[in-house]
Structures are given as C-alpha cells and as structure tokens.
Design a protein around this ligand. Structure first.
Ligand code: CA
Length: 218
C-alpha cells in the first residue's frame, strides 16, 4: 500500500514514514501543499495523510484538488477545533487525527478507514495471479500455486511495484530484509522460479544494469 504523507514538519513526517514503512507501507513525502498536489498527480496512492496547516496550499485546498481522485484522506491537524473537523468532513476527508498522536493510533485509523472503504490490502492481483496476504496462498487462474516464503514475498513486492524498474538492491533489501552484498544469484534464481511458476516469462523483465520490472495492469 502506498501512502502520501503531506506534512511540513520534517520530524513528524519522518516519524510517520518510519512507522508506516515498518508496518509494510511504502511512503511518499510532500512538505508543502503544492508538492502534495504534484505528487498526487504523478503517483497512485492508496491513502493520503494530510496536514491541515501546510505552506503554499493548505490541507483544505489540497483536499479540494485531490478529491476527484477518490483516494482516502486522513487529516492530521494540530487544531482540534470542531469547525476544522466539520469543514474537513464536508470536503470528504475520511477521518481525523489530532497531533500529537502515537503510531499505533495512526495505524488503527488507517486500518479502520481502509476496511470501511473495502480497500484493505488483503489481496494483491495482477493478471491471472492473486496473492492472499492473510493466508499467504497464491492462485494462478484460480488454481493454487505453491510458493516458498521468499517467492511469495518477492511476488508481493513485484506486484505492489508493478511497471517500475526495481534495482536488485532494492528488491533484496525489501524481500530478504538484509543488506545487499552484491550477490545477484539469489534474486535471479527466485525470479526464474516465479517466472516459471506464475507464467511470468513475458511479464517479469530483466532491466539491463538495474534489475527487474514486472509489467502489467493491476
Ligand atoms: Ca503543519
């Protein structure tokens, strides 16, 4: 799941980013309202965390700009006044969080919003391949395919970042969760296995000098 963090206080933004990444989200950071609009245009996010008091364009203006994208928005505000809440909800924000807050509270709000919208990331799909993140089962055209733990994690990571050329280093650090020491064979072997098991011979491309890219509509 990809989250845009629009927050001008670097320490808070980084605190949110660290916490969300630990929970398995990938994050973009915007430090003013204009940058938030640009990033929302250029990327597809599953959720926007939007500070109300932002330079250049405030959270309400950003909300108006991005609301036609139908991306869920949680406002983050230092101001707990009723007026702000009413205004934000009128504009279509899905929830509020008042600073300061704890990471566990933010994660709970995100979870609640995504479940309410039926967008919980319990499944990842691409083409005829479906991965169930809860049961960790993999299906291709409705038939179960047995994947090892690493193969499953690699498939999830490639599918969540489809159409993006990924460095071997990035892949390794996300999937193996260890520092990459330059050994390409481990990743290459797993990629070969996935190509074979999931019929990704055409989809999972080698990108010269970089690594791999999984092609396809989500
Ligand atoms: Ca602010």
């Amino acid at each position: 799941m990809r989250v845009l963090i629009a927050e001008d206080e670097y320490s808070i933004s980084d605190f949110i980013k660290r916490g969300l990444e630990k929970a398995g989200f990938s994050c973009g950071q915007a430090f003013d309202g204009e940058a938030a609009c640009d990033m929302a245009d250029e990327n597809e996010y599953d959720l926007v965390l939007l500070d109300v008091m932002l330079p250049k364009a405030d959270g309400f203006e950003v909300m108006e700009y991005i609301r036609n994208k139908n991306t869920p928005v949680i406002f983050i505000t230092a101001r707990s006044s009723v007026q702000d809440r009413v205004r934000g909800l009128t504009l279509g924000a899905d929830d509020y969080l008042v600073k300061p807050f704890e990471m566990i509270e933010l994660l709970a709000r995100i979870d609640a919003v995504m479940r309410r919208l039926g967008r919980g990331s319990k499944e990842v799909k691409l083409g005829d391949v479906v991965l169930n993140l809860q049961s960790r089962m993999c299906f291709r055209a409705g038939e179960e395919v047995k994947l090892s733990g690493r193969e499953f994690d690699l498939a999830v990571f490639m599918m969540q970042n489809a159409n993006t050329a990924l460095f071997r280093e990035t892949i390794y650090e996300h999937v193996w969760r260890e520092d990459y020491m330059g050994d390409t064979r481990t990743i290459d072997l797993h990629v070969m296995r996935l190509r074979k098991k999931l019929g990704w011979e055409e989809r999972l491309k080698t990108v010269s000098r970089i690594g791999y890219r999984l092609n396809g509509e989500k």
